[in-house]
Design a binder for this molecule. Structure first.
Ligand code: HEM
Length: 244
């Protein structure tokens, strides 16, 4: 017989309880932890990626050497590209975990929402943040698909076959429509990571009364401004001829 768990979110069979981690994942809190942990992985990546891309301002050689360095991380201790592929696997798992937990959390919230019960105002406010996260999340996913096809696989990149990473970036961002798309997608990413960092603080229990909420808000703003500010400069720099 199926019984509802203490958290009221999952079910167990035969009256027994599932292992703690399974029980935790079935609860809304467990899913929020997954979103927070996978979100931190993503935030770490986009910060490191933006800092690495600043080499575009140094010289083509420095940028290309950096791209090569990523492929040869820990070589010859590990085979060439092994560490990069490991990092890619972590990133893909984090992305899948983030999207799946978000979808399940949305479905759970929908089921739990007593529509006639809530005041109109709370409903609208909560729904706005959730809708914003969903839409900006979808835009970032579409951007990522294009970005990989553009700069990693080269399928939609106008540079010649065998072009260096630097040449591919310049060829891509020289197209005004593509540069505009990168700007738009990075602004959507900015909204997503600002709201995301804020709810991450809440999920981890750091955003309590008495804690320095102002400090946390400033941290979320500073992180977003640094990462997105840096990313926005690249397509603009190519368009104005600073990077060519
Ligand atoms: C305008 C800002 C950006 C620039 C100039 C840029 C540049 C690049 C370049 C040159 C590559 C190919 C590296 C190589 O294969 O050698 C790359 C890969 C990648 N970028 Fe970006 N990127 C930008 C923004 C972003 C953002 C915002 C995200 C995430 C939301 C992102 C995620 C990735 C991922 C996941 C890869 C594949 C990494 C790999 O598997 O090797 N990038 N990017």
């Amino acid at each position: 017989m199926a019984t509802t768990t203490q958290a009221g979110q999952g079910t167990t069979t035969g009256g027994g309880r599932s292992p703690f981690l399974v029980e935790l994942y079935r609860s809304a809190l467990g899913k929020k932890y997954i979103m927070a942990i996978t979100g931190i992985v993503g935030l770490g990546y986009i910060l490191a990626h933006m800092i690495g891309n600043l080499k575009l301002y140094q010289s083509p050689e420095d940028f290309n050497r950096y791209a090569e360095f990523l492929r040869e991380l820990l070589y010859p201790i590990a085979p060439a590209s092994a560490i990069l592929n490991l990092l890619r696997a972590v990133l893909i798992l984090a992305l899948i975990g983030h999207v799946v937990a978000a979808a399940q959390l949305t479905a759970m919230n929908r089921r739990a929402r007593p529509d006639s019960y809530r005041s109109k105002r709370d409903y609208v406010t909560a729904d706005f943040a959730a809708r914003t996260m969903r839409w900006t999340g979808v835009i970032v996913l579409l951007f990522l698909a294009y970005h990989l096809a553009d700069l990693t696989w080269g399928w939609v990149n106008p540079a010649e076959a065998g072009a260096t990473p630097y040449e591919k970036v310049v060829a891509s961002f020289s197209q005004p429509a593509v540069a505009a798309f990168y700007l738009f997608a990075n602004l959507a990413l900015g909204v997503h990571i600002y709201h995301g960092t804020w709810s991450l603080f809440q999920s981890m229990g750091w955003n309590r009364p008495g804690s320095s909420r102002q400090g946390l808000r400033l941290l979320a703003i500073a992180f977003t401004v640094v990462v997105i500010g840096g990313n926005l400069t690249f397509p603009i720099a190519v368009q104005v001829g600073l990077i060519s």
